[in-house]
Design a protein around this ligand. Structure first.
Ligand SMILES: NC(=O)c1ccc[n+]([C@@H]2O[C@H](COP(=O)([O-])OP(=O)(O)OC[C@H]3O[C@@H](n4cnc5c(N)ncnc54)[C@H](OP(=O)(O)O)[C@@H]3O)[C@@H](O)[C@H]2O)c1
Length: 259
C-alpha cells in the first residue's frame, strides 16, 4: 500500500529510541522527511544516521527537551511547518500517590499532557491552512485501563486525550486528524525502566516480573516498537483521513473489554 506521504515533513518528538524512533523509521520508509527530537545527542545522531541509511530519506536530528519552551522552539526552528506531528516523550515511573506533591504532578503534566498540547497549538493552524495534517500522540493503555501504580500517567494522559477529543472534531474539516495510540507492553527502554520500578516496589527479581508480564498478555509476548511505528505511519497516511479523535489500543489483546 502506498501511504501517500512521500515528501511530507514529519516532526517526531522523542524520536531517538523505542516507539518514537520506530515511528520515525516507518515514516522515513514512506518517503517523508523526518525531524527527530530528543535530549541525548549521541543516541539521537546515531538514530538519525541509521534511519537515513536504511531508508534513503532525509532525517534531521534536533537536540532539545520537549517539555521546555527552548526545546519546542528548537524543534520548530528545524521544522517550522510540519505536516505530521508525532507527540512522544517520557512517562513516569510507578509509585504511591501519597508521595506525589504538586511539583511532581506538574512535572508529569508537562511530560504527558502540556508539552504535546503545546506542540499541537504551535503547529495545527499551519496544518489546517495547508489542508493536510496528521497528529498522533503516543499515549498509553493507562487511559483505558487504570494501572494502579501509574496514577501520574492515568491522570495526565487522560487530560491530553480529553483535550484532543474535542479539538480533533474541529480540525478534520480542514484535513487535519488527531489520534492517540495506546500501547500496551512494548519491549523498549521505558518498559525496562517500568519493570525496574516494580522491582524496587516489590523486591521481586527483574526477570520474574518481565516474564510474568509477557505470559499474562494474550499474545504471550511484548509488542515490538516497529509494530507501533507501522500503526502510526498508517494513521499519518493519506488513507487515514476519515479517522480522527480516536484512542487506539495496540496491546496484544490485553484490554479485557469487547469494545
Ligand atoms: N514501552 C511501553 O511498554 C509503553 C507502554 C505504554 C506507554 N508507553 C509510553 O510511551 C512513550 C514512549 O515509550 P518508549 O517505550 O518508546 O520509550 P523509550 O524507549 O524510553 O524512548 C523515549 C524517547 O523519548 C525521548 N524523550 C524522553 N523525554 C524527552 C523530552 N523531554 N524531550 C525530548 N525527547 C524526550 C527519549 O530520548 P532522550 O532520553 O534522549 O530525550 C527517547 O528517544 C513513553 O511516554 C512511555 O511512557 C510505553
Amino acid at each position: 500500500m502506498n501511504l501517500g506521504i512521500s515528501g511530507k515533513r514529519a516532526l517526531v518528538t522523542g524520536g531517538s529510541r523505542g516507539m518514537g524512533r520506530a515511528c520515525a523509521a516507518a515514516l522515513a520508509a514512506e518517503g517523508a522527511e523526518v525531524f527527530i527530537v530528543a535530549r541525548k545527542l549521541p543516541v539521537l545522531e546515531n538514530a538519525a544516521a541509521e534511519i537515513a541509511a536504511a531508508t534513503g530519506a532525509k532525517v534531521v536530528a534536533v537536540q532539545g527537551d520537549i517539555t521546555t519552551p527552548e526545546g519546542r522552539a528548537a524543534a520548530l526552528a528545524a521544522c517550522p511547518s510540519p505536516d505530521i506531528l508525532i507527540n512522544n516523550g517520557d512517562g513516569e515511573p510507578p509509585g504511591d500517590f501519597r508521595e506525589w506533591d504538586r511539583a511532581r504532578w506538574i512535572t508529569a503534566l508537562d511530560r504527558m499532557m502540556l508539552a504535546p498540547i503545546e506542540m499541537i497549538r504551535l503547529t495545527v493552524d499551519g496544518m489546517m491552512d495547508r489542508r493536510f495534517g496528521r497528529v498522533v500522540n503516543i499515549v498509553s493503555r493507562s487511559v483505558k485501563i487504570p494501572q494502579l501504580e501509574l496514577g501520574l500517567s492515568n491522570g495526565a494522559r487522560s487530560g491530553l486525550v480529553g483535550f484532543c477529543a474535542g479539538l480533533a472534531r474541529q480540525t478534520i474539516a480542514k484535513g487535519v486528524t488527531i489520534n492517540n495510540i495506546l500501547p500496551g507492553i512494548v519491549a523498549s527502554d521505558a518498559q525496562r525502566d517500568h519493570v525496574q520500578g516494580l522491582v524496587e516496589m516489590t523486591g521481586r527479581p527483574f526477570d520474574d516480573i518481565w516474564a510474568e508480564r509477557s505470559r499474562r498478555n494474550p499474545a504471550g509476548r511484548y509488542g515490538e516498537p516497529d509494530e507501533i511505528g507501522a500503526y502510526a505511519a498508517f494513521l499519518c497516511s493519506g488513507k487515514a483521513g476519515f479517522i480522527t479523535g480516536q484512542s487506539l489500543l495496540i496491546d496484544g489483546g490485553e484490554y479485557p473489554g469487547t469494545y
